[in-house]
Design a protein around this ligand. Structure first.
Ligand code: GLC
Length: 436
């Protein structure tokens, strides 16, 4: 039934393939993005395993001496259509950053661990893959070690982020209050020109005030070589994100299983894991909302919103049976009330904006994690709704970046939102289709 969609998805991945890695989409995002590459490798794994290996290899080629895998790798220094580009980030302020590829100075949700395991499940005995996974294992562990050593000053087992771009959910309302606390004095930021608005609609993108704060935090990181205890001590924006930590926990689990298969020492990862799971539940669960939420380290309080990241905790297997039941109830409720699953933000909140990026639209790669999480908890029925909705919206409104969740509004649209011919949309739906 989906033959045509499979063909189109492969075409998108072919067009966006640059020889060693895949760009998220050709115009809006012309470089290699960290967590995008992870999801792209999953989908490519089915027919182009060789590309998946090259993709992850290329991502790890940007790893810093401190273990961080940056959120963007600028493989080409001639591509001028993106802001902030490599010359604005100046990753060389950190002496452990490679000279090539140049990179951003922040990280992204740590997906590589679970992606490698997923590829091994697809091809358990492929010699190239096995050799590659063995060779990459320590690099990925080192990345996690960076998150535990440099991003967890109180040794709680939970990593912090200091820029919304690290979470991958750039303009989610989750970050509004914390960002609004940042005061920007008139004229204190260098002149800069956004490039995203040249190629996409302003009402689907972050606002100007938000962008100023993104630039402010970038510059704050740069002043502190992107890795200094001063970031935890002084950065005005410091948050423990439940989704990033859920992904870290899932990837730890994958690393433990991979390590056991190849008889590597996994004791350090097991220690991290135990502490992370306990802290995750004590710090992020919100009994009023019956959901997991992020924790603002500056304001010392939870950020109380119903948001997509909460469901990813199912993928990390950290929820008790009862907590998981609450999470599935929320999704059933949305499904019964006129929404495609899963809107990225609370549809009943005044902050909900069904068109604007992470303030409401559906993101297929997040659905992929939620689908697997629900399946693993045995919630097959709602998991299958997540899968069917994902395939339906992509089939109907094209291989875009994000999608309208309100069925009533979506029926009058001819296309999804944001960038077109989008790589991780193509790859995650391929994985969902091949795994029937
Ligand atoms: C946007 C998204 C981020 C993604 C990037 C490239 O910035 O918010 O999650 O990694 O685009 O697709």
């Amino acid at each position: 039934m989906f033959d045509e969609l499979i063909k189109k998805a492969h075409e998108v991945l072919d067009t966006n393939w640059k020889g060693e890695f895949t760009v998220p989409t050709n115009t809006l995002y012309p470089f290699q993005w960290n967590w995008d590459s992870g999801f792209v490798s999953l989908g490519n794994g089915h027919k182009n395993l060789d590309r998946s290996i090259k993709e992850i290899n290329s991502l790890l080629s940007g790893q810093w001496a401190n273990g961080m895998v940056p959120h963007i790798l600028f493989h080409s220094e001639n591509e001028k259509t993106y802001f902030p580009n490599f010359d604005f980030w100046e990753s060389s302020v950190n002496s452990g950053s490679p000279d090539k590829p140049k990179s951003s100075g922040i990280t992204n949700p740590p997906v590589i661990g679970f992606v490698l395991e997923n590829l091994l499940i697809q091809h358990p005995d492929d010699e190239n893959l096995v050799a590659f996974v063995k060779e990459s294992f320590n690099k990925v562990v080192n990345f996690h070690r960076f998150l535990y050593n440099s991003r967890d000053p109180h040794h709680e087992g939970l990593m912090y982020m200091y820029h919304p771009w690290e979470s991958g959910r750039d303009n989610s309302p989750l970050w509004d209050e914390s960002l609004n606390r940042i005061e920007i004095k008139e004229g204190s930021l260098p002149n800069y020109q956004r490039r995203d608005l040249d190629v996409s609609e302003a009402d689907e993108r972050p606002t100007a005030a938000q962008y100023d704060r993104y630039v402010y935090l970038l510059l704050f990181g740069k002043e502190n070589q992107y890795d200094s205890p001063k970031i935890a001590e002084e950065c005005p924006f410091l948050i423990q994100d439940n989704m990033m930590n859920a992904i870290l926990i899932r990837s730890n689990d994958s690393l433990i299983r991979i390590g056991e298969r190849f008889s590597f020492d996994t004791s350090e990862i097991k220690e991290w894991q135990q502490q992370s799971i306990t802290s995750f539940n004590s710090k992020f669960w919100n009994e009023k909302l019956k959901m997991y939420v992020p924790y603002d380290l500056r304001a010392q309080k939870q950020i109380e919103y119903k948001e997509i990241g909460s469901y990813v905790s199912l993928f990390a297997q950290v929820a008790s049976g009862q907590q998981a039941a609450h999470l599935q109830d929320h999704l059933v409720h949305l499904h019964n009330n006129g929404y495609y699953l899963c809107p990225s933000f609370d549809v009943d909140s005044p902050e909900f904006d069904s068109k604007r990026y992470w303030r409401g639209p559906i993101w297929p790669h997040v659905n992929w994690m939620i689908y697997h999480g629900l399946m693993e908890y045995g919630y097959r029925e709602i998991a299958n709704v997540v899968k069917a909705d994902t395939l339906k919206i992509v089939n109907k409104w094209g291989l875009c970046e994000y999608y309208e969740p309100q069925k009533e509004v979506a029926k009058d649209l001819s296309l999804g939102y944001g960038g077109k011919n989008f790589s991780w949309t193509a790859s995650t739906i391929l994985d969902l289709m091949y795994n029937t």
